[in-house]
Design a protein around this ligand. Structure first.
Ligand code: DGY
Length: 326
């Protein structure tokens, strides 16, 4: 029987068409993101799901979806999904690694450079008619040349960010001993004492939740910068606000927040030492198309009983995707 699939948001046309060709597809028509009640209702009779990082796939939702065999997340991070529970139920969960590595690394550099050189306030001053002459003391920022970039999480994205550091005259240190890479590996105190910029590139898990807390921030060099293009939940936002207010940190470039979306009323987003962007790490046309392709490939493979390329819970395989009931 043709599998019944829910896509919670329109995606790139090519991937969408492939999904429609091979499945009995429902595309949620909006409003977006899909409300929790609608998701529960729609999913109760589906075999497969392609969802966004904004869609919370909790244990109760999975319990109410007896036919569900596979969940393809349109993101590399999958902290929005209760993977342990999906595994217990034999539901395959997939993500979209690799295809967004360069885009996210680029955005990390873009917001870091813009932050340290004060690009956004300088532009605003120009628009406001405050650029009256070339002043030797006006619009002064900081440079990165000769400084040290501290990377938390030397996975694909962390390594891609590190690879561009020499282009800006920066040296690189890594927090902890994990991963294969050529950079010095430092324990937390030495890492924080060395880094002029700390960049976060770890997934959000129980172990990394609010890892950037008051004590982490207090260990950072006075005047250091923080850049986060991973997940907002890695940072204790109250502690970050306090560190910025007392001038311990010179600034933070934040593409992600603990509760998204945020607007100008958010105390961090509107802070004068913060450059905030709306979770756009992977937001290029080509990257989003590649992510949609990868998610659709994963879902179609799982529903066909073939082990998907980006299975994040291999211990649950084949589970409900088994050709005969498990
Ligand atoms: C991800 O993929 O996890 C990013 O946060 C969005 O592209």
């Amino acid at each position: 029987m043709t599998p019944r699939v829910l896509l919670t948001h329109p995606v790139d046309r090519g991937a969408w068409a492939r999904l429609a060709e091979h499945t009995n597809l429902t595309v949620w028509p909006g409003p977006y993101p899909i409300p929790a009640e609608a998701l529960a209702r729609e999913l109760s009779s589906r075999d497969g799901l392609v969802c966004l990082l904004a869609d919370v796939i909790a244990s109760t939702l999975l319990d109410q979806s007896p036919n569900l065999r596979a969940v393809a997340n349109l993101a590399v991070g999958y902290d929005n999904i209760d993977v342990a529970h999906a595994s217990r139920l034999g539901i395959a969960v997939t993500n979209t690694p690799d295809v967004l590595t360069e885009a996210t690394a680029e955005l990390t550099w873009a917001i870091l450079l813009a932050l340290v050189r004060g690009v956004v306030p300088a532009r605003q001053a120009l628009l406001d008619g405050q650029w009256r002459y070339w002043s030797p003391t006006g619009f002064l920022g900081r440079g990165l040349f000769g400084q040290t970039l501290g990377i938390v999480g030397m996975g694909r994205i962390g390594r891609a960010v590190a690879a561009s550091a020499p282009a800006f005259g920066m040296s690189v240190v890594a927090l902890g001993s994990r991963g294969t890479h050529p950079y010095p590996r430092l324990e937390r105190d030495a890492f924080l004492a060395a880094a002029d910029v700390v960049a976060l590139h770890v997934p959000l898990t129980r172990d990394t939740l609010r890892m950037v807390d008051a004590s982490f921030l207090a260990g950072m060099k006075p005047g250091a910068f923080l850049v986060n293009t991973a997940r907002g939940g890695l940072v204790d936002e109250g502690a970050l606000l306090a560190a910025l207010d007392r001038g311990q940190l010179a600034g933070a470039a934040l593409d992600v927040f603990e509760q998204e979306p945020v607007d100008g009323r958010h105390p961090l987003a509107s802070h004068p030492r913060v450059l905030a962007t709306p979770h756009i790490g992977s937001a290029t046309v080509a990257t989003r198309a590649a992510m949609a392709d990868r998610a659709v490939d994963n879902l179609l493979m799982a529903l066909a009983g073939q082990r998907p390329r980006d299975l994040v819970n291999p211990y649950a395989w084949p589970g409900r995707c088994s050709p005969s009931p498990p």
